[in-house]
Design a protein around this ligand. Sequence first.
Ligand SMILES: *Cc1c(COP(=O)(O)O)cnc(C)c1O
Length: 370
Amino acid sequence: MRLNIPLTGEPEVEAVREVIESGYLTQGAKTAAFESTVRAYTGARHAAAVSSATTGLHLALVALGVQPGDEVVIPGFSFPATANAVIQQGAIPVFVDIDESSFNLDPALLESAITERTTAIMPVHAFGLCADMDAINGVAARHGLPVLEDAACALGGTYDGRHAGTLGTAGVYSFHPRKIITTAEGGMITTNDDALAERIGVLRAHGAVRGELFMEFVDAGFNYRLSDVHSAIGLAQMARIDDIVAGRRRAASELTSRISGVDGLRVPSEPAGTAHTFQSYVVMLDDGIDRDQVIRHMRTRDVETTLGTYGMHLQPYFRERFAIADEDLPRTTRAHHQALTLPLYPQLTGDDMDVIADALRWSLQESARR
Ligand SMILES: *Cc1c(COP(=O)(O)O)cnc(C)c1O
């Protein structure tokens, strides 16, 4: 059983065929239609499709005016692309510890991470659960800082009825196959800020603006566009998004009902006022359990599992460059070692869930530290 299987089929195949047969392949009408569908779905005023969430985060940081040498505050527990986007701009990621029950940036620790060199705050909506955005926006407003949401996993997630990715200054979704919808590779930046959207549009395509006959290059921009081939897949996926999100949420609650009484683990939480996308279904294991042994045991039962996500300060590049002590990020460090992702997708049947729950119960018993 795989961790995730994207919900794709004939409509996606047909959409790609149509684009290829049209002879117009790069960013064009399909991309514009995909962007407008995401705008309508999320309520964002602007949406710009990009080649990945990583390029989208980088582009958004540049458009927000983050300069080399600046500091950008991020949670310590995330896929390293969150920090890499900051580093690509020559800026410095400042890691803040997480709240263990949500896996999200702990806003109580945010204020003390801000210095006079801070130029942006970048919360992550871990596994599709929105960070505590009221608290984060409050701190950001006091310091006059923009908030860039890493909403890579959170398309369809909500906070007080508003969509992830529309809660800060700008937000970025990912369309990698492990995320909520997929375009194979791809991403999208959303914002309600007209001037920011304009800068993003120019920087996305070589820093060029269209003149009467030729383009004029007004900035040293990127090529971070999403092709019409990819966008056509995204459009077909958006036609299914309600089914995908509802299906993930239903699967999550069925899995929770099977394992919530199991000794040695804590099931994912969903605070009041939020809707989790369950991009990943992540449980926390007690310290007495060897998580990596659980992964190995689950594999013998043909159930794929993995870590939750990364304590970035534990990875070789970040360890060598920033030398952050485990004690400075205790909850991130613990989540890195004890969080476990289980398979979750709408196509899972009740029998599949029984297999996962049984294998997990057995694997936990076999993996107690002695
Ligand atoms: C997947 C992911 C990314 C990177 O997305 P890509 O589209 O693969 O570049 C960034 N941040 C988080 C939190 C992610 O989960």
